[in-house]
Design a protein around this ligand. Structure first.
Ligand SMILES: *Cc1c(COP(=O)(O)O)cnc(C)c1O
Length: 439
């Protein structure tokens, strides 16, 4: 008998209940650090690469000029939203609440501007180095020239996406001059496809979900030696691009005078699709803060692929569809039925837990965020808010195990808002209306 049948959690997943799962395999960071397949040195290498490209990015994407070509988002207090959540939590909410505004990341308007853009830059750098056009000591603004665009136009980049990864990879690849194709799943929004087409990206539309779009992309890329497939289901490069966020966050916390140590725990709530973005950030945060950081993933009740994979130990060998769960959700960025091949196994020892959120909860928090702080996000990006309430109401045992009870009033909670800035006005209004119906 397969082990998932005996899991007590699976029936609740199948019943599409909102639930909170604490990871029984998590261990102290010192016990696993040296056994991980990636290390802090890998994050630093990715960070250095982004620094090399910064002058180029500042030149070709003027919206990044103010930060000298570094793609980063604000970390900010949301006092009015905190008050609104406090009411929802019936007064239990203590500590500081901050929003990490990846919904406003330049170029792609979502968290994918971290990993997606990073992997394209990595590939572009390798090609230029191999062709003798570039040295790592050069001023990378030279990439903004015909000789580089000629080189890249002879190379293809291919990716499968539910929308946002396609946006970040399509926009970045097209800017460099690559011949880029994005395979879009059925849930990808029309405006995302239209935007990409307007930038000269080839868009292939599929009537099936994310897994199929990725598979079609993989097959297309295999036909050509000059094609490079960005594999969202199994890419350490994407993962490392995301992980750099941890170094940046550390700096922002220091600048804001916020302590993270044994007396001041940090809780981070990360919406999860295939797992690359939240996994990379968790990996980075554990490297920086060790046991002082507690990372939780948020998944739609209709797409709980990471929870299912980690709970059963089957990881990418099982999909939610195999249990009859439909993978249909308003959170298009999280509509993934099967988790990444390597993220889940790495999260086994690092992640604190996963909780699931219904579409109505995401819509409700989306509308509350507009009403309270006037910040528009997309539904996926609103999945983080429930986390803080869940951990305070259902995390008693977790708090005891980690000796956190008397430290919760000194805790910092960071909700990672993962996307929304590029959503057209009419769609924004629709999201808001949907959300108002649930308040
Ligand atoms: C892609 C995405 C996520 C999750 O990232 P994964 O790497 O798929 O886990 C979260 N929020 C938004 C808005 C996204 O587009």
């Amino acid at each position: 008998m397969t082990n998932y049948i005996s899991s007590p959690v699976v029936p609740s997943l199948v019943a599409l209940q909102e639930l909170t799962w604490f990871n029984p395999k998590k261990v102290g960071f010192d016990d696993v650090q040296t056994t991980l397949s990636l290390q802090m040195s890998d994050i630093l290498e990715a960070s250095d690469r982004l620094t090399r490209f910064a002058p180029y990015l500042a030149q070709v994407f003027p919206e990044t000029a103010a930060t000298n070509g570094i793609i980063e988002s604000e970390l900010k207090a949301i006092p009015v939203m905190q008050q609104a959540l406090l009411e929802e939590a019936e007064g239990r909410l203590s500590g500081r609440l901050l929003l990490k505004c990846d919904n406003q990341l330049p170029i792609a308007g979502s968290i994918k501007a971290r990993g997606g853009i990073y992997e394209v830059l990595l590939h572009a750098e390798r090609l230029a180095l191999a062709n003798g056009l570039l040295q790592t000591s050069d001023d990378y603004r030279i990439l903004d020239s015909t000789s580089f665009r000629d080189l890249y136009s002879k190379h293809q980049i291919v990716v499968g996406s539910t929308g946002n990864l396609g946006l970040s990879i399509g926009i970045m690849s097209a800017k460099l001059g690559f011949d880029v194709t994005v395979h879009m799943s059925s849930d990808a929004r029309e405006w995302k496809k239209a935007l990409l087409k307007s930038k000269g990206v080839n868009v292939v539309e599929h009537s099936a979900d994310y897994g199929v779009a990725v598979e079609q992309g993989r097959q297309e890329a295999q036909q050509k030696d000059t094609a490079y497939f960005i594999d969202d289901e199994d890419s350490t490069s994407l993962f490392l691009g995301y992980s750099v966020a941890a170094l940046r966050l550390q700096k922002q916390l220091v600048e804001q005078g916020i302590l993270v140590d044994s007396e001041h725990p940090l809780f981070v709530y990360l919406p999860c699709g295939v797992g690359g973005a939240p996994g990379g950030i968790t990996f980075g945060l554990k490297q920086v803060f060790g046991d002082h950081v507690h990372c939780f993933f948020a998944e739609p009740t209709h797409s709980p692929c990471m929870l299912l994979g980690m709970e059963t130990g089957l990881h990418n060998a099982i999909s939610v569809q195999e249990l009859g769960i439909d993978n249909l959700t308003c959170a298009d960025g999280l509509a993934v039925g099967r988790p990444s091949a390597f993220v889940g196994p790495m999260m086994d020892s690092l992640l604190s837990g996963v909780y699931t959120v219904s579409d109505s909860t995401m819509y409700r928090h989306l509308a509350m965020l507009v009403d309270s702080e006037n910040i528009p996000v997309e539904p996926s990006a609103a999945a983080g808010f429930s986390g803080v309430l869940r951990i305070l109401s259902e995390g008693r045992d977790y708090q005891t195990t980690h000796q956190l009870e008397d430290k919760m009033s000194q805790a910092t909670h960071i909700i990672w808002a993962t996307g929304g800035d590029m959503v057209p006005k009419e769609e924004r209004a629709m999201y808001y209306q949907q959300g108002k119906a649930f308040i």
